[in-house]
Every structure is written in structure tokens, then in C-alpha cells.
Design a protein. Structure first.
Length: 279
């Protein structure tokens, strides 16, 4: 093989490698941006809303049933950090970002099979392992974009409203949110590789998210001490129970969520490498 030919092959390999990552990013970039901006706009509005309700929220919360407070993650909504946690970060924000993660992972794997483009993807000179890593990395980037926009706009709303919650605390809950969302994205990745169905992967991954949320929120209300103690088994518990918006980052919970998020990604890369994927 001549040096010119060898250079041409290497140039094509670099082109294919770069574009496999770029394509994976572009597939769900618009969704991540729209979700981040839309939910972030809600976060921005929470500042003025808190100022309007600050004087009466304590009395209002005292009349709420325990089950309703559990739905809000058990946060002390009479405080600013508890208000943001209960109104935003206990349900709305995590499910929105988790959907971005699941949709990104499902599109990158199962969607390629459903659309008949998997053969074209596999025809590139890029190894399967690198393709899978690129797609997983794109999913993580989508999560960071969506969660980052929400965190930034929410923090700007706090600044404009003069609410005393620091950027470090917002960064802490954004990190925890991103980790638990990547976990759901990894689960969607594994399901989509096994089943070859993007929509199914999204539905099942979001079902896992609902179970995680319910496990963490409602087991502490049980009369049994054993059931109360089992709440910590849910990743959702480690995402929200440490109150990152009020107390900052809990390093132990962050380390655990990081480990849990990495596991399905590694499994997904392995399955993608080994699985007999139809062309």
C-alpha cells in the first residue's frame, strides 16, 4: 500500500470517527436544548413566585397531608431551597431530564435498527466499541446540556429575585440530577440494544424511573421500620435525600450515583460489541 493510499485510509477513518460522534450528538441535540430551555424558564419563574408566597407558604405547607409532602420529596418547602426542591427538582425536572437521556440513548441504538440505518453505521471503519462509546458519550452530553440549562436559568432567577442560594448549591443538584439521569439513559441504552426498539426502551426506562421515585418517596411513609430503611436502595433517594440545593454536594451519594450510572453504560458497550445486530 502506497503512502498516499495509507494517508487516504487514515483520513477516512478520522472522518468516520469524528462524524459518528457528531451524528450521535446531533440526533437529540434539539430535544435536549428545548427541554432545557423550557424547564429552565419554569425554574427562572420560581424566584418571583417564592417572593410572592414567602410570607404565607409556611402556613400553607402545615395544612398539606403527609402523602403530598412525600410526593414533593419530603422537602421543607417553607425554606427557599425546599421550595425549589419540592416544586421543581423532586418530580418535574428529573423526569424531564431523564426523558432526554432515555430518548437520546434509545435513538442512538434502537432507533438505528428501526430506521434501517444500522447497516450504514456499521459499514464505517470505526470499531463497534468506539461507536458505542461515542453514542453513550453523546447521551451524557445531552443530559449535561439539558440539566445545565435548567440549572443556569434557575440560578439566574434566584439572583434576580435576591434569593440566598449559591451557585455551588445549584451546581450540586445539577450534578446529582445529571448522574441519576445518565443512569436512566444507560438503562435505555441496554434495553434498546437487546430489544432493538427505541420506543420500548424509552417506555421501560421511564418505568424504572417511576419505580425509583415511588420507592424513595413512599416507603418512608410505611409503618414498618424495615420498609422505611429500604428507601435508601433507590438511586432516587441518593439524588434528592441529601438536599444538595440546601446543603451542597454529598460526596458519598455522588460517588454511588456515579458508580450506578457507569454500570449500564459499560454493559451497553459490551452488548453492542457482542450482539449480532441486523444490517
Amino acid at each position: 500500500m502506497t503512502s498516499t493510499t495509507l494517508q487516504g485510509v487514515r483520513s477516512y477513518q478520522r472522518f468516520a470517527l469524528t462524524n459518528s460522534f457528531a451524528k450521535a450528538i446531533g440526533d437529540r441535540l434539539l430535544l435536549a436544548t428545548i427541554v432545557g430551555l423550557a424547564v429552565g424558564a419554569m425554574g427562572f419563574s420560581m424566584g418571583p413566585m417564592w417572593l410572592a408566597l414567602e410570607d404565607v407558604i409556611g402556613e400553607m405547607i402545615s395544612q398539606f397531608p403527609e402523602s403530598l409532602l412525600a410526593i414533593a420529596g419530603g422537602a421543607d418547602m417553607a425554606t427557599a431551597s425546599g421550595w425549589y426542591t419540592g416544586e421543581m427538582y423532586s418530580i418535574v425536572v428529573p423526569f424531564a431530564i431523564m426523558f432526554v437521556a432515555a430518548a437520546s440513548a434509545a435513538r442512538a441504538f434502537g432507533g438505528e435498527v428501526e430506521n434501517g440505518t444500522i447497516g450504514l453505521v456499521m459499514s464505517t471503519p470505526v470499531r463497534r466499541t468506539r461507536l458505542a462509546v461515542d453514542k453513550a458519550a453523546a447521551m451524557v452530553l445531552h443530559v449535561l446540556i439539558a440539566a445545565g440549562l435548567v440549572g443556569l436559568l434557575t440560578w439566574l432567577g434566584m439572583v434576580v429575585s435576591g434569593i440566598d442560594i449559591g451557585f455551588v448549591e445549584v451546581l450540586a443538584i445539577t450534578l446529582m440530577l445529571s448522574l441519576v439521569s445518565v443512569l436512566i439513559g444507560g438503562i435505555a441504552m441496554v434495553i434498546s440494544i437487546i430489544a432493538g426498539r427505541g420506543v420500548l426502551a424509552i417506555l421501560l426506562a421511564m418505568l424504572v424511573a417511576v419505580v425509583m421515585y415511588a420507592w424513595s418517596s413512599f416507603l418512608p411513609m410505611a409503618s414498618s421500620d424495615l420498609l422505611n430503611d429500604l428507601a435508601w436502595l433507590s438511586p432516587w433517594h441518593h439524588y434528592i435525600a441529601s438536599d444538595p440545593l440546601g446543603s451542597g454536594l454529598d460526596w458519598a451519594s455522588a460517588a454511588l450515583l456515579t458508580l450506578l450510572a457507569v454500570v449500564p453504560l459499560v454493559v451497553g458497550v459490551y452488548l453492542f460489541k457482542r450482539r449480532d445486530i441486523p444490517a
